[in-house]
Design a binder for this molecule. Structure first.
Ligand SMILES: [Zn+2]
Length: 321
């Protein structure tokens, strides 16, 4: 049987239920937690977060899993996640790794590949920041500017090594400049099916993201910014027209890549150090995305597989043979 690490312990993959593969309990730039302007009391954070998670579980109609894509240094808070999971019954999968080299604090930014590998391995096999909660996935990403920096590459290589040793999958923030990433994963012997190349659908980067190449080497595509659309009252810079994103997704689905596609909303339950995007929550998946998929003729069993089977297959730890 395959298991997945959640913040409350490892559970059999079948118990994950509905999976939102790329979400945030609260994401902020390093240091935002020290800024009085943005500091929130624990009560306020719970108040903003618990109803969204309860609703998510209600919509899922049973087991529901929230994959928190907030890496080290961006507001990841394990005891808080554990308490949220206990309160709401939502499984929360925490990640090790970094959103990008440019959000890694100096302590990590100066570290070697070997040191970073040890950090990731410890968080996956022993626990995160003094807790016994283990990471279920590794986050890596491309720094602002759209080219992989030397530090990004060190983090990708450490992630690949930790993934090969533990079987835990890797998810990326952005998939532009994919060639260096693909080369590192291949050099380290990581099966590309274990990598979810994220944000292939976002409004800024989608045109430069080499999706055909990623599929050719066996990678998975994360359409994980659903809901950041130009139709919002105050859309963020990475927004995209709703129909354009949907058409993009339907093209990949229609081309036979269903098993390589995962979808999510990349929403923040309670943003840290920024106001967040008004009107966008994880529940966009149920309130807008799934009805939109149905309206476009995507069958119920396909939708089920996207949010259950394919997500389970990706998350299930698969140590290299
Ligand atoms: Zn994200």
């Amino acid at each position: 049987m395959s298991f997945v690490n959640t913040v409350l312990g490892a559970i059999p993959v079948e118990e994950l239920g509905f999976v939102a593969i790329h979400e945030h309990i609260g994401y902020g730039m390093p240091g935002s937690e020290l800024d009085t302007k943005w500091w929130k009391s624990p009560e306020v954070r719970y108040e903003e977060t618990v109803p969204k998670l309860r609703k998510f579980r209600e919509y899922a109609g049973g087991a529901a899993t929230f994959v928190d894509a907030t890496g080290i240094c961006n507001g990841r808070d394990i005891p808080y996640y554990q308490s949220l999971s206990e309160k709401t019954g939502v499984h929360i999968v925490a990640c090790t790794g970094f959103v990008g080299g440019d959000t890694a604090l100096a302590h990590f930014a100066r570290a070697s590949v070997e040191y970073l590998t040890e950090v990731f391995l410890h968080e996956i096999t022993v626990g995160i920041t003094g807790t016994n909660a283990k990471a279920g996935i590794i986050k890596v990403g491309v720094s602002r500017g759209g080219r992989m920096t030397e530090l990004d590459k060190r983090i990708y290589r450490a992630a690949a090594r930790a993934a090969v040793q533990t079987g835990v999958p890797v998810m990326t923030h952005l998939a532009i400049d994919a060639e260096p990433a693909i080369a590192i994963f291949q050099e380290e012997g990581l099966d590309l099916d274990r990598v979810l190349f994220g944000h292939v659908d976002d409004g800024v980067n989608h045109a430069q993201t080499p999706t055909a190449r990623i599929l050719e080497v066996g990678g998975r595509l994360g359409f994980d910014t659903f809901g950041y659309e130009t139709e919002l009252p105050d859309p963020p810079f990475w927004a995209r027209p709703r129909k354009e994103r949907m058409d993009h997704f339907l093209r990949e689905l229609g081309a036979g890549h269903e098993a390589k596609l995962l979808a999510s909303a990349d929403a923040n339950c309670s943003p840290l150090g920024w106001p967040g995007v008004k009107g966008h929550t994880i529940n966009y998946i149920f309130e807008v995305l799934i009805p939109d998929l149905k309206r476009n003729g995507v069958a119920d069993d396909v939708i089920h597989r996207l949010f259950h089977d394919h997500a389970h297959d990706f998350l299930a730890a698969k140590p290299a043979k």
